[in-house]
Design a protein around this ligand. Structure first.
Ligand SMILES: O=c1ccn([C@@H]2O[C@H](COP(=O)(O)OP(=O)(O)O[C@H]3O[C@H](CO)[C@@H](O)[C@H](O)[C@H]3O)[C@@H](O)[C@H]2O)c(=O)[nH]1
Ligand SMILES: [Mn+2]
Length: 737
């Protein structure tokens, strides 16, 4: 069957629509007034410079603040790009099924990546695998691949158990229209049996799941594969030699093979194909982390199923909506508007964040505003998980007007599983990519901690559009890290990756010149320059406070008219941000917590990221990928639920946080004391804005003081950090006085 034999969208009707919200004019006007305020602030700074040889901090502080305020203002202009032009997409799945028979739908290859059975428990991994196996989609068209970078027999065992469990789980999901289809998530939340499902049926399923959990977890604990399993699945024989996570041969095992008679569920329906893969690893060869495994998956799947659509998820990101494939296809298969759509990205949402999360994890504003704006500029970025791609796009194809996708390609390959395994193995040998374009022009790009974003940008520069789709029932739910240390490490990886991209030849302004819209280039740069916010922010939360301590005024006096732009810009920008958060579904507390996290991230993760990028450009360091752990101990979890910040193991970043928190506390107390003691309330006039800034920094840092002085649990900050921080604080204060 040729691709062209498939008819277009619903008898000519579009398979999706795009809407623009009204009332953007008011917002744009409002932004204009803020910008006017920013201009006035710049003007004030430029025209009120204290004389050069004035005493103390005066003019040097002034100059620094000028640079900081210039940066903040320009950065704010960048952020307008992710407010200017939001759009909203709606799909029509019924039209898709009206115009395509089930057997005309394209094949879909789904990739799941895991890298460490200790940080990513096998039960978590297989729950994700089961959730994507149970998509509402013809199973003959569905192929699931698990890449295990650790080459762990235990993970393989878990996948083998999952392949057996799927025979019960998939019909259960489909018969009773269960949501979500990750068994872990489903059984964790279920209060009452599903309407259509009898209590006995539910009970039976639950028992099967509990048995599965017990078996897998006991193997995880003992590390020994049961003999029964070894006998019934020949794949285990691959683990005969000495295998470690850093050194192992290539293994490809097809666990469910549609050509086998056994590969049906308990109702006799076909099961999706299920493949386990681990790339060959030897210590002296680069393996390129997740990007490397995705490229290996692209090659292996090209010989086993070669579906025209590829979707990939992280192992902790289960499918929460069984219709996501059909939704995504509404974009690709729309005859008029779908031809140049290269990928469809779903938002990242989290399953494990609690209400009023202390880390401000809910990223509703990003999901409800920033991303729809990127989409409005024709290019949501690729976030590495929860994304549907055309295989061809991912493999480097340029968009051209006469390109026609062969949606029927790949289906029904009838080769023997043993043969396919044999053919695939050499494709994932660690030398396979030598002298090829893999990681450069083909597949996911190497050499950057944000391989996904750079890959997405390149695809857009090859002429493809991308789409952001955010349905009411979330497509995917993942796990957010719930300790401060973990979050800061993750944020460092991201901001470092973004900055690296922005300063390289792949910068959206260079690579995208003339290929993507200016708004999109700016949109990329909002995250692209995250890291550079560190220096001005650090400056802003130290120098004015130190000046306050020593009585040097660096802002206009409260009675001066020049105060108005400062107050207006601050009040307007912050109230706007609060209103946006509330509108997008965050609570006020979450907003406040997110502001704190902004400050903390900027002075820690972003700072270290900037330093690392600079060192990297000088050839002094190389990037690594610190995996985010998906397990947390039960006490830490309790503390998280109670809204206590979890500091955990000591890190240099915590020293910075404490230093800033203590510095501002000292400056606030001593500074206010000095003013009132020497000059009384009037003395505050010239220093009012500084006092307010210093007090705001103190107020937002409350959880830090709590963790330093008040808490006694294991998640608090270790006491010995206080003298270290105080050393820094006192030396700064002495210099300022
Ligand atoms: O050598 C590696 C390292 C990681 N992974 C997998 O990559 C995924 C993401 O890793 P994780 O530690 O969970 O990182 P996060 O910070 O949570 O991931 C976010 O950030 C990454 C880029 O930094 C993106 O690739 C992810 O999609 C995005 O969810 C996981 O499935 C890992 O198993 C590998 O397969 N091989
Ligand atoms: Mn993750």
């Amino acid at each position: 069957m040729a691709g062209s034999s498939i008819p277009g969208g619903g008898g000519g009707l579009p398979l999706f629509t795009t809407e623009k919200p009204k009332r953007m004019a008011a917002y744009r006007l409002f932004s204009g007034t803020i910008f006017a305020g920013i201009l006035l602030i710049w003007l004030y700074r430029a025209t009120h410079m204290p004389p050069r040889h004035s005493s103390g901090l005066g003019w040097r502080a002034w100059l620094g603040l000028l640079v900081a305020e210039l940066w903040f203002g320009l950065y704010w202009v960048l952020t307008l790009s992710v407010r200017w032009n939001p759009i909203r997409r709606t799909t029509f799945k019924y039209r898709l099924s009206e115009s395509y028979d089930e057997d005309q739908l394209p094949g879909v290859d789904i990739f799941v990546c895991t890298a460490d059975p200790a940080l990513e428990p096998p039960m978590l991994v297989i729950s994700t695998v089961l959730s994507v196996m149970a998509y509402d989609y013809p199973p003959e068209k569905l192929n699931i691949y698990l890449s295990d970078d650790a080459g762990s027999a235990v993970t393989f065992y878990a996948l083998y158990e999952a392949s057996e469990f799927a025979k019960n789980w998939i019909p259960f999901c489909k018969n009773y229209k269960v949501e979500p289809r990750s068994p872990a998530a489903y059984f964790a939340n279920i209060a009452t049996p599903h309407d259509a499902c009898s209590p006995e049926e539910l009970c039976r399923m639950k028992e099967l799941y509990e048995d599965l959990t017990d078996r897998v977890n006991s193997v995880v604990k003992s590390g020994k594969i049961p003999e029964v399993a070894e006998c019934s699945c020949r794949g285990f024989s691959e683990w005969n030699g000495a295998i470690t996570s850093g050194a192992h041969p290539a293994i490809v095992q097809i666990l469910i093979d549609r050509n086998k008679r056994k590969a049906v569920d308990i109702d006799g329906n076909a099961l999706p194909k299920l493949v386990y893969m681990t790339r060959e690893k030897i210590p002296q060869e680069q393996h390129h982390f997740k990007a490397g495994s995705l490229n290996a998956l692209i090659r292996v799947s090209s010989v086993i199923s070669n579906s025209p659509i590829i979707m990939n998820v992280d192992c902790d990101m289960y499918s929460n909506n069984s219709e996501s494939i059909r939704d995504a296809l509404c974009f690709f298969l729309d005859k008029e508007q779908g031809r140049d759509i290269g990928f469809v990205q779903y938002p990242q949402n989290f399953d494990n964040v609690v209400h009023n999360d202390i880390y401000g994890n809910p990223i509703n504003v990003a999901n409800e505003l920033d991303h729809p704006c990127l989409d409005g500029w024709g290019g949501m970025c690729y976030y590495g998980t929860g994304c549907f791609h055309r295989r061809e796009t991912l493999c480097g194809r340029m968009f051209s007007k006469d390109y026609k996708e062969d949606w029927a390609s790949g289906v029904g390959k009838a080769e023997d599983a043993n043969e396919l395994e044999g053919v695939s193995k050499p494709l994932v040998a660690c030398t396979y990519e030598h002298d090829t374009l893999w990681g450069i022009e083909k597949g996911v790009t190497y050499g950057c901690p944000l391989e996904d974003v750079i890959t997405g940008l390149k695809i857009q520069c090859r002429g493809w559009r991308s789409v952001y789709y955010n349905p009411t029932r979330k497509g995917f739910l993942g796990m957010a890290p719930t300790s401060l240390g973990q979050i800061l490490v993750q944020q460092k990886r991201w901001s470092e990756g973004f900055l690296q991209i922005s300063l390289s030849k792949y910068s959206p302004f260079l690579l995208g010149l003339g290929k993507i819209k200016l708004g999109l280039q700016m949109g990329y740069s909002v995250c692209g320059f995250w890291a550079l916010n560190s220096f001005p922010t650090l400056y802003y939360v130290t120098i004015p406070s130190l000046c306050f301590l020593s009585g040097v005024s660096v802002f206009p006096e409260i009675t001066s008219l020049w105060c108005i732009p400062y107050i207006y810009v601050l009040v307007a920008a912050y109230s706007c941000s609060l209103v946006e958060s509330l509108q997008c579904g965050d609570s006020a507390v979450e907003w406040w917590n997110a502001q704190r996290m902004w400050l903390i991230r900027r002075i820690t993760s972003y700072l270290l990221a900037s330093i690392d990028v600079i060192c990297g450009m000088l050839g002094l360091s190389e990037f690594g990928f610190d995996l985010t752990t998906k397990v947390s101990d039960s006490q830490a979890l309790e503390r998280y639920k109670k809204g206590k910040m979890e500091f955990g193991s000591i890190s240099a970043m915590f020293v910075i946080i404490c230093t800033i928190a203590l510095l501002n506390l000292v400056c606030m107390v001593l500074g206010l004391g000095r003013v009132f003691w020497r000059e009384g309330a009037e003395g505050l006039g010239p220093l009012f804005l500084q006092a307010a800034l210093c007090t705001a920094v103190v107020a937002i840092n409350y959880p830090v003081y709590e963790a330093l002085f008040l808490r006694r649990d294991d998640g608090r900050l270790p006491v010995f950090i206080i003298p270290i921080a105080l050393c820094f604080v006192s030396s700064l204060c002495i210099q300022a006085m």
